[in-house]
Design a protein around this ligand. Sequence first.
Ligand code: ADP
Ligand code: MG
Ligand code: ZN
Length: 200
Amino acid sequence: MIRLLPERGGWLEVVCGPMFSGKSEELIRRLRRAEIAGQRALIVKPRIDDRYDIGHVVSHAGAKMRAVAVSRPEEIVGLADGYDAIGIDEVQFFADEIVAVIERLVERGARVVAAGLDQDFRGLPFGAMPELLCRAELVDKLQAVCHRCGGPATMTQRLVDGAPAPADGATIVVGALDAYEARCRSCHELRTVELSALAR
Ligand code: ADP
Ligand code: MG
Ligand code: ZN
């Protein structure tokens, strides 16, 4: 496999996969390395839940790096001015304008690393991820360990009171006490609802 990066100009790298697959860890690793190389690196993330550590990206294993929480994708353009490498965590939570914003950063020469869930808890494409995966120079799809069988997990299981969440629940539930697990396709469960509920 040949994976080369442009020698001139900016580019987009996308890191995707289910929860617990190491996306935030990988984002932090890449941005740290950029800093070590003497580049100016910045991580931004969506401001979705203020109770969380708003000034940092924190991985499930405890890796941590300073980050700026933003409400709207447009804010990133000004924030990222002067940075060589820009990491964006939880990119699936941003509005569709994130695509144009990333395009603009890349066009002005930045390296953008976007990390996020490729699928929602139903297994459907999440937010702007399909568009970003399509436009990226480099794509990595990480796997977690299935909480059920220990196999390679590519999906995220939402549990409500320990039971599979209904398929017609909201995609994003800020502050909910739902639990999430990484699951492989055959262990992934969805409480069935009318098929029409899946048409968004
Ligand atoms: P993501 O951003 O994709 O949710 P993180 O980078 O926050 O993932 O966390 C990855 C870390 O989570 C792993 O290095 C590991 O220590 C831990 N972890 C906990 N549960 C799992 C699991 N089921 N599969 C893989 N890693 C897990
Ligand atoms: Mg993460
Ligand atoms: Zn499994």
